[in-house]
Design a protein around this ligand. Structure first.
Ligand SMILES: Nc1ncnc2c1ncn2[C@@H]1O[C@H](COP(=O)(O)OP(=O)(O)O)[C@@H](O)[C@H]1O
Ligand SMILES: [Mg+2]
Length: 386
């Protein structure tokens, strides 16, 4: 077991900057998920750790050693691929024992280790079969058994569940988590699937175009995304994002000190200047107070983020919208709405709530404590969320 440390690790393919100055430390025993869309550089990161790609700049440290110039076979890592990469002409037993043969581990020791690895993945009955005689799920379990049959410094897993059907994916996901927990082996796990990342990772590192966006435990990533990209990528669907501008509060008034204002008297704003602001967005207004108001003043133009579960259809809501489509998902309903400026947002509500019809005009209430504020220009987070 070992920590894996990237220090400014960079990889170019010609003009393509696949991984850009990656700074990341995977702790000893941690299961860290690398998450991002296709082409963002996830596989390249794994291949750099494995030694299958040269590092153009920066260093990669495994344990206490800089491994940039260490041959792949000497890095003591076990890799699991989407494609399983089993030897078709070898039995399950021979596939699993392959890494032990390479290391000249023989006799009773080898036999025992293969039996243990096979048993821990429910493969004992299948040891005599060839890969062609196995289902996809069984093949991937053989690949996992081959990874755990020795005690490598780290596991590198590249979308190992992608070829499995939905039910098997959920099962195998749980198996990998349990296995990793039992063995305590440092694991770098790559996926483009945010649900997989949320359910498996101790922490998640989000990549976009080769650039690390944020590293955090799953809940923190969901609750405090560092920018609009992470906000949208996490959650299904992701966070609603609506452009907004900051204005002085227009409608918030309070009786003048000393009693009821005389008819026709000018409204008196609440609190000291800067204490409150309004956000103008999509033809409506949202009142902000406290820290959010102070932060909103820092940016000339904003993007307001709100998760689907923090929007509600409510006649008293601040925003006007037209229902585009209503999607029933069993226990929940997703209502896709177009705001008055055309921006589409998704409202998530329980299936027991009254359901609007497509085309209906509704009002949307925003849980103002659950707002996320981002700078419109950079997309970077401005304010605290829920
Ligand atoms: N061998 C290669 N030659 C040229 N470009 C490559 C090669 N491998 C990957 N790339 C490019 O590098 C970027 C990152 O690819 P990759 O690491 O495979 O992303 P991911 O695994 O996240 O889908 C992509 O733009 C991809 O096209
Ligand atoms: Mg890949």
């Amino acid at each position: 077991m070992a920590q894996v440390h990237f220090r400014g690790a960079t990889k170019r393919y010609g003009a393509v900057l696949a991984v850009d100055r990656l700074e990341l430390a995977v702790a000893d025993g941690e299961l860290l998920v690398l998450l991002g869309p296709s082409g963002c550089g996830k596989t390249t990161v794994l291949r750099m750790v494995a030694g299958l790609e040269e590092v153009d700049e920066g260093t990669i440290v495994i344990g206490d050693d800089v491994v940039n110039d260490v041959a792949p076979k000497d890095r003591d890592l076990a890799m699991v691929f989407q494609s399983y990469a089993l030897y078709p002409h070898l039995t399950v037993a021979k596939n699993i024992e392959f890494p032990l043969r390479q290391r000249r581990i023989e006799g009773e020791d080898r036999r025992r280790r293969v039996a243990e690895a096979a048993a821990s993945l429910g493969l004992t009955e299948l040891l005599g079969r060839k890969p062609a005689q196995l289902s996809g799920g069984q093949r991937q379990r053989v690949a996992l058994a081959r990874a755990i049959v020795r005690d490598p410094k780290a596991f590198l897993m590249d979308e190992p569940l992608s070829n499995l059907d939905a039910a098997l994916r959920v099962q195998t996901r749980a198996d990998i988590v349990a296995l990793q927990q039992r063995l305590g082996t440092t694991t770098l796990y790559v996926t483009h699937d945010q649900v997989e990342a949320m359910t498996m990772g101790h922490r998640i590192a989000v990549l976009r175009d080769g650039v690390l966006q944020q590293v955090a435990p799953p809940q923190e990533l969901y609750d405090r995304p560092a920018n609009t990209f992470v906000a949208r990528f996490l959650g299904s669907p992701g966070m609603n994002l609506v452009p907004a501008s900051v204005t002085e509060p227009a409608s918030v008034t309070e009786p003048a000190p000393g009693g009821v204002p005389a008819p026709g008297a000018a409204p008196v704003p609440v609190g000291p200047p800067g204490d409150r602001v309004d956000l103008a967005l999509a033809g409506g207004r949202l009142a902000l107070g406290g820290e959010a108001a102070l932060l909103a003043r820092k940016a000339s133009s904003l993007v307001v983020g709100v998760r689907p579960e923090h929007l509600a259809i409510d006649p008293a809501g601040a925003l006007g919208a037209r229902v585009v489509i209503v999607e029933l998902l069993g226990a929940e309903v997703q209502v896709v709405c177009a705001l008055d400026d055309g921006t589409q947002v998704v409202v998530r509500q329980g299936a027991d709530r009254p359901r609007p019809a497509a085309g209906e005009l509704v009002r949307l209430a925003v849980d103002s404590g659950a707002l996320h504020l981002f700078d419109a220009e950079s997309g970077v987070r401005l304010a605290v969320g829920p």
